[in-house]
Design a protein around this ligand. Structure first.
Ligand code: APR
Length: 343
C-alpha cells in the first residue's frame, strides 16, 4: 500500500528509511529525535556530528545503525509561530526533501513521524494535512511505500464535520443483525425472481442503488442486460474494462487506488486473481464508481457492501457523497479504527 497511516513507535518500523524530526544541530533531543538516537546507538550521533547541522525545511541522511532500517533521514521542521513565517512551506519541504533523498538512495519504503507536531507546536490537524499533501504529491509521480506513524491515537485529529457526518450516516444505516437470506437469487427492487436466476448476493449490495419502484423495470433491464453481458468476466477483466471505460491509464488507476505497481501487474496478468476487499474497494474509489457499478466490480471478487459492516457503510458514505479522495477516505477509516483501502 503506497500510503498508510499507522499508530506506534517509529523506531520499531522496519522500512528502508525512517525520518527523524530533528533540530538544526542534528545532535539529538527529546521526542522522536531522542527515541531514534536511543534506539540507533551512539554511532548515529557520531555520524551526525560530521554533517555540520541542517537548516529548517532541509534533510540529511545517515545510516540506521541499530535501528531496523538502512537509513535515518534527519529533517528539521519549523517551530510554529502562528503561521505567518512560511511555516507551511517549510514543513511541506521537510517531507518533499526527505522523499527526494530516499528516492536518490533507491529506498522502496519510508516512515515519517508527524514533523513539528510535538515540541515545535505545529497545530496537529494542519501538520497532518500538510504531511498528507506532500506525500500525495510525491506518490502521484513515484512508486514508494510511505507510512505516516501517529505516535498515539489521541494525537490524531480528523475533520470534525466529516467525522460527525459519517457517524450519523452509520447511526442511521447500520443494520445490527443482518438477516442472512440464502435466497439463491439476486434480490433487487421490483425484480421478479423467476427472471433472476443469478448467484446469491446480499440484498444490501443493491438496496441503495436500486432506483424508486417506478424505475425498477428499467433498472432490472439495465442490470440484467449488464449482468448477462459481463457475467462471465473475472475481477481482472472487469477492472481493466472499467479503467478503459473511464479513459484512465493503468498507472493513473493504480496510483489513485493507493495500490502498488507490483500488485497491479499481478492483477493484470492473472485472470483468476482474487483481491482483498480493501483492494477491490480502492479501485471502485479510484474509478469514482457509483454504488451500482461498485457493487458490480466487488461482485466479481465475491464481495458486496453490507449495511451491517461499519467499513462498508463508511465507503458507501463517501460514494453516495461523491467524495473519492482516497487519502481522505483512509483518514476517515483510520479515525474509525477500520482497515485502510489500497494495498
Ligand atoms: N514514534 C513516532 N512518533 C513519535 C515518537 C515515536 N517514538 N515520539 C514522539 N512522536 C511524535 C510526537 O507525538 C509528535 O506527534 O512525533 C511528533 C513530533 O514530535 P517531536 O518529537 O516533539 O518533534 P517536533 O515537534 O518536530 O520538535 C522537534 O523536538 O525532540 C526535539 O530535538 C528535537 O528540537 C527538536 C524538536
Amino acid at each position: 500500500m503506497p500510503f498508510k497511516l499507522v499508530t506506534g513507535d517509529i523506531t520499531k518500523i522496519s522500512a528502508d528509511a525512517i525520518v527523524n524530526a530533528a533540530n538544526t544541530s542534528l545532535l539529538g533531543g527529546g521526542g522522536v529525535d531522542g527515541a531514534i538516537h536511543r534506539a540507533a546507538g551512539s554511532g548515529l550521533v557520531t555520524e551526525c556530528r560530521s554533517l555540520g547541522g541542517c537548516e529548517t525545511g532541509q534533510a540529511k541522511i545517515t545510516k540506521g545503525y541499530d535501528l531496523p532500517c538502512k537509513y535515518v533521514i534527519h529533517t528539521v521542521g519549523p517551530v510554529w509561530k502562528g503561521g505567518g513565517y512560511l511555516e507551511r512551506d517549510l514543513l511541506y519541504s521537510c517531507y518533499a526533501r526527505s522523499l527526494e533523498l530516499a528516492k536518490r538512495k533507491n529506498c522502496e519504503s519510508i516512515a515519517f513521524p508527524l514533523i513539528s507536531a510535538g515540541v515545535y507546536g505545529y497545530p496537529k490537524d494542519q501538520a497532518l494535512s500538510i504531511a498528507i499533501k506532500a506525500i500525495q504529491d510525491f506518490l502521484k509521480k513515484n512508486d514508494m511505500d510511505v507510512t505516516l506513524v501517529i505516535y498515539s491515537k489521541n494525537t490524531f485529529t480528523f475533520d470534525n464535520e466529516l467525522f460527525d457526518g459519517i457517524s450519523s450516516y452509520i447511526g442511521d444505516n447500520l443494520v445490527r443483525e443482518m438477516p442472512v437470506k440464502e435466497t439463491g437469487f439476486l434480490r433487487m427492487a421490483g425484480a421478479s425472481r423467476a427472471k433472476m436466476s443469478m448467484p446469491a448476493m446480499e440484498e444490501s449490495a443493491f438496496k441503495d442503488a436500486a432506483p424508486a419502484p417506478d424505475a425498477a423495470n428499467a433498472y432490472e433491464a439495465k442490470s440484467l442486460d449488464d449482468f448477462v453481458r459481463h457475467s462471465d468476466e473475472s475481477f481482472s477483466q472487469a477492472l481493466l474494462r472499467m479503467i478503459d471505460e473511464k479513459g484512465m491509464t493503468d498507472v493513473e488507476a493504480y496510483r489513485k487506488a493507493n495500490i502498488d505497481r507490483k500488485l497491479f501487474s499481478k492483477i493484470r496478468s492473472d485472470n483468476g486473481y482474487r483481491p482483498k476487499k480493501q483492494t477491490a474497494v480502492a479501485f471502485a474509489i479510484a474509478l469514482e464508481l457509483d454504488l451500482d457499478k461498485t457493487a458490480e466490480l466487488l461482485s466479481k471478487a465475491g464481495f458486496t457492501l453490507s449495511d451491517s459492516i461499519k467499513f462498508d457503510l463508511i465507503i458507501k458514505y463517501f460514494i453516495i457523497n461523491k467524495q473519492y479522495d482516497i487519502f481522505v477516505i483512509n483518514q476517515a477509516l483510520f479515525a474509525f479504527d477500520q482497515t485502510l483501502i489500497g494495498c
